[in-house]
Design a binder for this molecule. Structure first.
Ligand code: HEM
Length: 132
């Protein structure tokens, strides 16, 4: 993962992350991918959750740009078997929902931008997932 990837990702996210509907569409898609996942958010204040996720994705992008991994480690703990008990295989659905929502909202999306996203945030997602 190089600077070119992280620049492309930063700009792509900038075209999406100020639109609340981006996060509405992400969670509709993500929850639509599994009844088990939908159940995890049954008691969640989704308005608040959308703001938390906006920041969480920013943390993944910043990590790709070399920022310390303290915030991602904390997410690894909260999502682990001692926390929300988020099973490692669910992260693939999360990433697929994110890519589909980016494709929908980012007017400059392309296979190249998607590949840059996958390379840039893969390590950060693995860090959270592997804290299970
Ligand atoms: C790498 C991908 C992910 C990121 C960046 C992320 C980000 C976040 C953030 C920032 C929070 C709020 C802070 C916290 O409670 O620690 C949160 C909460 C949560 N996340 Fe994730 N998450 C990811 C993957 C997942 C997956 C795959 C699932 C489920 C299959 C999931 C389910 C939850 C749940 C259930 C909560 C708590 C909701 C509540 O407070 O009611 N997350 N996530």
């Amino acid at each position: 993962m190089g600077t070119a990837d992280s620049d492309m990702v930063f700009q792509s996210y900038g075209r999406c992350c100020n639109d609340e509907q981006f996060f509405v569409d992400f969670y509709d898609r993500f929850m639509g991918s599994s009844a088990e996942i939908r159940a995890l958010f049954a008691d969640t204040d989704m308005r608040q959750q959308r703001h938390l996720l906006r920041n969480g994705i920013m943390q993944l992008v910043l990590h790709a740009r070399g920022m310390a991994d303290t915030k991602l480690r904390a997410l690894g703990q909260s999502h682990s078997r001692n926390g929300y008990n988020i099973r490692p295989e669910w992260y693939r659905l999360w990433l697929d929902a994110l890519m589909a929502t980016l494709r929908q909202h980012d007017r400059a999306f392309s296979d190249e931008v998607e590949a840059a996203w996958r390379r840039a945030i893969g390590a950060g997602i693995a860090l959270i997932r592997d804290a299970y």
